[in-house]
Ligand binder design. Structure first.
Ligand SMILES: C[S@@+](CC[C@H](N)C(=O)[O-])C[C@H]1O[C@@H](n2cnc3c(N)ncnc32)[C@H](O)[C@@H]1O
Length: 224
């Protein structure tokens, strides 16, 4: 099962035809969906933990799943504080016996909807130094473009988050779209094939073990 993940099958072989128009619309029109109270509370608690820990440069692990990447980022960046966000309570609270070292002190997990979290971080001008969107759900059907982050109304808020922003996927089209959408909102973006030496997340491990190609998009801007 583990090394048996299917590659993405899609009728779409290139960037979605409506990408530019969709991003332009989302830039022009405010996104009016009310913020969910549970997300607001969960993020407020996480930001308090960050402040209590000293307010070190912040890392957002968006869609962290079971949280392996949160722990790896906290270990790799001991001078930063990492908030791992996922909507799945089950994934966040599942046993962490696969983590064989001591838990790092500089992280917390928050159960929240990213559609709220990205808008709150933008509205409150919370400075995020590094932002990771690792293996988001690809929604490969052409008609599901609006569910991919780059086709979603929250994209301008996502793109505003993080001096360093990285997205990884096993679907090259997703990464090409993500990069184009970033350039449309005024951020530089580079894409490349990604060959991890050590998997950072369970999905990365599963895809790599199944022989999938992996890609990533990286965007950097000056802090502040
Ligand atoms: C394909 S999994 C990848 C998980 C992890 N990053 C990894 O690579 O193993 C996508 C994750 O995004 C989370 N997710 C999807 N939409 C979300 C949303 N609106 N808010 C928060 N989490 C979301 C899902 O619960 C899921 O854990």
């Amino acid at each position: 099962m583990f090394a048996n993940s299917r590659t993405i099958v899609s009728a779409q072989s290139d960037v979605h035809d409506h990408l530019a128009a969709r991003v332009a619309r989302h830039l022009a029109e405010p996104f009016r969906k009310p913020i969910g109270e549970p997300s607001r509370r969960a993020l407020a608690t996480a930001l308090e933990r960050w402040q209590q820990a000293g307010g070190a440069p912040l890392i957002l692990d968006a869609g962290c799943g079971v949280g392996e990447s949160t722990l790896r980022l906290a270990t790799a960046f001991p001078g930063h504080f990492v908030i791992g966000v996922d909507q799945s309570e089950k994934r966040l609270t599942a046993g962490k016996d696969w983590w064989e070292s001591e838990m790092p002190p500089n992280f917390c997990w928050a159960r929240a909807d990213l559609v709220d979290v990205w808008r709150l971080l933008q509205a409150e001008a919370v400075p995020v130094r590094r932002h990771y969107v690792l293996y988001p759900n690809p929604w490969p059907k052409i008609g599901h473009f609006g569910r991919r982050w780059q086709g979603h109304a929250v994209f301008p808020a996502l793109a505003a988050c993080g001096d360093y922003l990285e997205c990884r996927s096993n679907w090259q089209v997703y990464i090409d779209e993500f990069a184009q959408a970033l350039t449309l909102v005024g951020r530089p973006a580079q894409t490349e094939a990604w060959h991890p030496t050590q998997a950072m997340t369970p999905f990365e491990r599963k895809y790599a073990a199944s022989g999938h190609g992996l890609w990533r998009c990286v965007s950097e801007r000056s802090p502040g």
